[in-house]
Design a protein. Sequence first.
Length: 223
Amino acid sequence: MAQATAKSGDPETAAQLFEKVVKAEPDSVPALLGLGDSYSRLGQHSRADAVLTRAHELDRRNVEVLAVLARVKLSQQQAETAIGYYDKALKIDPANLSALTGKGVALDTLSRHAQAQAVYQEGLARYPANFVLRNNYALSLALGGQQARSLSILQELVRDPTAAPHVRDNLALVYGLYGRESDARATLALDMKTQEIEENIAIYRALRRLLGEGKPIGALVFA
């Protein structure tokens, strides 16, 4: 029931159910994993860290535990530590999608974009149509100075009928990073009001200025 509740998108109730299971079976790795993941989705990262660390101590080769623990470390702004856990997961299961995606994001957070792109390319070689990998790869390319390739990918993704507004946000961001403010505004106008659009444009200008000064902005874009 706890796992079904978690899958339904109700982490608060799922956490309550997993807590009951863990109380009855304190060494249950699946229960600890579910509890840690639920805490993480509620933004309770320190609690998630403690629970998942215990799960990892009980089963050091559990790839799911490693991937979720890495995600929690990334949420705690510990990207280097997150990469270490992602690497452990990928050593056990090189095709693990969560670990491939997460490692790319962690590297981009550190503005190590060339390394991140290599990870995304590895992931796309295994999962060529994966939406999240392609979206993150496009953002990474933009931050690495490859505007045309980035826009080509994002312009294709936004044509997908299931594309969420955040994909359009990412396309607008890339336009903004390269000074194409009219295109950014037109893209944002599909989901935002005028005041929100101008607030975003101001953010893009600030990011563009930092990028022009050669400062790393990966952590700001992949926050």
